[in-house]
Design a protein around this ligand. Structure first.
Ligand SMILES: NC(=O)c1ccc[n+]([C@@H]2O[C@H](COP(=O)([O-])OP(=O)(O)OC[C@H]3O[C@@H](n4cnc5c(N)ncnc54)[C@H](O)[C@@H]3O)[C@@H](O)[C@H]2O)c1
Length: 273
């Protein structure tokens, strides 16, 4: 039946969200949990993930917290082993955790920032951003896929970014490069897993008010240049991601794989007024 409550249902599904203690991951976990999913909220921030999972549990939802750092293969494997041992299956994985690469080569007043010029970016930053945003997604998918194959299907949703599709002036180059790789991981794994009934898709947010990069978009002055160029004249909130997350987690998207759902207020289209 094509009623919303059937088509978009996630009730009873075993769902893992990485980076679930904050921002977009937290909003996704909330959307899943409030619609009846059993959500394992994973994050490297132990105190925050325990607090948020407890808050949702106290409100009557089926959430549990796991401390896991996606840069540590043993953590990621422990996360999925424990979910499978507890729930017996793994229906949906949101590979969402990611970090900023710092500011871009332009300051938001459009002056050049010598400290963030391409040739000034340190190996340590490249390594940290690629290890988290690229290898972290690889580790997460690698640990999730065997169970999904075993049970005859599943859904993987990666948090990519519009930085996977466009260049950025105000966003660090290491981040842009990392998300470009994420975009190709999604397409490459999607075609490999299509025959196993495993959908692999992405959401691609534009700038969103979260804690990433020190939470700089929480500051109205820092946000203003992003709002100015956005056709909707606002940046995203984490809640703006919830509709697409429910779509990609539910049977409504069963015949869709390898795509990015762009959630950017029209930013990729260009500037309006
Ligand atoms: N906020 C934006 O403007 C924006 C835009 C496009 C894409 N994204 C992407 O959205 C995703 C979520 O970011 P957010 O904006 O919600 O940021 P956030 O900082 O609010 O939340 C990210 C969460 O991931 C966790 N995390 C970071 N590194 C981790 C690791 N190694 N292991 C486990 N957990 C880790 C953090 O502790 C935090 O709780 C990221 O992949 C980010 O690149 C964000």
């Amino acid at each position: 039946m094509a009623r919303v409550e059937n088509l978009f249902a996630v009730e009873g599904k075993s769902i893992v969200v990485t980076g679930a203690a904050s921002g977009i991951g937290l909003a996704i976990a909330e959307a899943m949990a409030t619609n009846g999913a059993k959500v394992t909220m994973a994050d490297r921030d132990e105190a925050a993930v325990n607090r948020e999972a407890m808050r949702l549990r106290d409100a009557g939802y089926a959430t549990s917290a796991m401390t896991a750092d996606i840069t540590q293969d043993a953590d990621v494997r422990r996360l999925f082993d424990s979910v499978i041992a507890r729930e017996g299956r793994l229906d949906v994985v949101f590979a969402n955790a990611g970090i900023s690469g710092g500011p871009g080569f332009l300051r938001t007043d459009n002056s050049r920032n010598p400290d963030t010029a391409f040739e000034a970016i340190a190996d340590e930053l490249w390594d940290r951003v690629i290890d988290t945003n690229v290898h972290g997604v690889i580790r997460t998918l690698r640990a999730a896929i065997p169970q999904m194959k075993k049970q005859g299907g599943g859904k993987i949703v990666v948090t990519s970014s519009i930085s996977s599709m466009k260049i950025e002036q105000y966003v660090g180059s290491s981040y842009v490069v990392s998300k470009a790789a994420v975009g190709q991981i999604v397409r490459q794994v999607a075609i490999e897993l299509a025959g196993y009934n495993i959908n692999v898709n992405a959401i691609a947010p534009g700038p969103a008010i979260t804690n990433i990069g020190g939470g700089r978009l929480k500051d109205a002055a820092a946000r203003a240049p992003f709002e100015k160029v956005n056709p909707m004249h606002r940046v995203a909130t984490p809640e703006d991601m919830q509709g697409a997350a429910l779509f990609l987690a539910s049977r409504a998207s069963d015949y869709i794989t390898g795509i990015h759902i762009v959630i950017d207020g029209g930013l990729l289209l260009g500037q309006a007024d």
